[in-house]
Design a protein around this ligand. Structure first.
Ligand SMILES: [Zn+2]
Length: 161
């Protein structure tokens, strides 16, 4: 049985994201660059509103409409990640296949890399007749007061870098 191919091609850095824009013939306006820089610096999943607020707090003047339009364009071209969250759309910098853990308490979404056992993937392929080449798992959880931060569990799920 062949190991499923999980695409390693993609955007691994801010430089890659900027290069991809150029490759696609997208103008690298200052505003577009501000958004990409913020997403790569913060490594969080942010709403359009948070992106707007943070950029303006940093003194980077950018209007609401411009933020929305740029996020729409960048995500439609696969340059940034866009996820539908219970509290609305969130944007992130990681576009490679990955999974998420959503904290029920504070709605934070954390990226995790989880590798499913091959026999489980095979079962899904047998049930659907489709060849699986990527997957995303959505975990939901809350902070465990007995264990403080739950950092150990999240670290356990993260693949070594
Ligand atoms: Zn993500």
């Amino acid at each position: 049985m062949q190991k499923p191919v999980i695409s390693k091609l993609g955007i691994h850095s801010l430089e890659d994201a900027l290069e991809r824009c150029e490759f696609l013939g997208m103008r690298l306006s200052r505003k577009r660059r501000f958004i990409l820089e913020l997403l790569w610096e913060s490594k969080e999943h942010l709403s359009a509103r948070e992106i707007y607020d943070r950029l303006n707090r940093k003194g980077k003047e950018i209007g609401h409409t411009s933020v929305y339009q740029n996020l729409e364009l960048l995500s439609s071209q696969g340059i940034i990640e866009c996820i539908e969250h219970s509290h609305g759309r969130l944007y992130g910098s990681v576009t490679l296949a990955h999974s998420h853990v959503s904290c029920i308490d504070n709605h934070e979404v954390i990226d995790v890399h989880v590798e499913l056992p091959l026999d489980l993937i095979r079962q899904v392929e047998l049930q659907t007749g489709l060849r699986i080449n990527s997957y995303t798992i959505n975990f939901f959880g809350m902070r465990d007061p007995k264990h403080g931060d739950n950092i150990d569990i999240v670290d356990y799920l993260r693949s070594p870098e």
